[in-house]
Write a protein that binds this ligand. Structure first.
Ligand code: BGC
Ligand code: CA
Length: 242
């Protein structure tokens, strides 16, 4: 008997052809209906796309690292160049000062050779010239000035001992010509350490003794004031430190 229309059920799964399509659909969606891996060609495309992306990322990373490395290298090269520049400047200024020093030493050596050749004696940073003729105090001083020196200024015990070894009465660069009893050296400095013979200076018997000589050269204290117009040997001094 025919059933009521609403009661008619069809066993679709049992219909021929429908069953095969249903199996195929099952294999595509899975039992729970989620989309599964598509056909094998699609998988390859996806693989290529992922690899390409990875390659891009790798390239970008490589680029960044190369740039960083390059910039580090550039920085260190710049620093090295600045350091080398500084060193070069140092060497240049060192060379300049050495050249100046060398020229100065050459000039000194030349001066030393000249003074020694002309019979000057070197002692404690000065050259000394002892005359072989006699002149007044001013005549003697002029001679020293012409030789690029001046009459001796004695400012140490050693220098005083040095003058006595020549055993000569010589003018020294000390006078009170400008102001009586105000003893002044030729460089205008005032007398501090003195080597007067006992009783000197004395303006002997009322004479105007304004210039100083090494009258008592046998004595430690050898100085005597005497009239400047007297004729004496003299001793010049030229300061010349090494
Ligand atoms: C005196 C000196 C003086 C000199 C003059 C000496 O006998 O002791 O003080 O200056 O004569 O020539
Ligand atoms: Ca005297």
């Amino acid at each position: 008997m025919p059933k009521n229309e609403s009661e008619i059920t069809i066993e679709i799964g049992n219909l021929p052809g429908i069953s095969a399509r249903s199996d195929a659909l099952k294999s595509y969606t899975g039992e729970d209906g989620e989309v599964a891996t598509p056909v094998p060609g699609g998988k390859l495309h996806r693989c290529i796309a992922v690899s390409f992306c990875l390659l891009c990322i790798l390239q970008a990373a490589l680029n960044i690292s190369l740039r960083l490395a390059l910039s580090f290298q550039q920085n260190s090269l710049t620093e090295e160049r600045e350091e080398l520049k500084r060193q070069l400047n140092d060497y240049a200024s060192q060379q300049n000062s050495l050249t100046r020093e060398r020229d100065e030493l050459k000039r000194k050596l030349n001066d030393f050779a000249n003074y020694a050749q002309q019979g000057w004696v070197y002692f404690s940073d000065s050259f000394y010239y002892i005359s072989s003729i006699k002149k007044t105090w001013q005549g003697s001083r002029d001679d020293c000035l012409h030789r690029g020196a001046d009459l001796i200024i004695i400012n140490s015990k050693e220098e005083q001992v040095f003058t006595r070894q020549f055993e000569k009465i010589m003018w020294i660069g000390l006078t009170d010509r400008e102001t009586e009893a105000r003893w002044e050296w030729v460089d205008r400095t005032l007398l501090t350490t003195s080597f007067w013979y006992p009783g000197e200076p004395n303006n002997y018997i009322g004479r105007n003794e304004d210039c100083v000589e090494t009258w008592y050269y046998n004595d430690d204290n050898s100085w005597n004031d005497v009239v400047c117009e007297n004729q004496n040997f003299w001793i010049c001094e030229k300061k010349m430190a090494l």
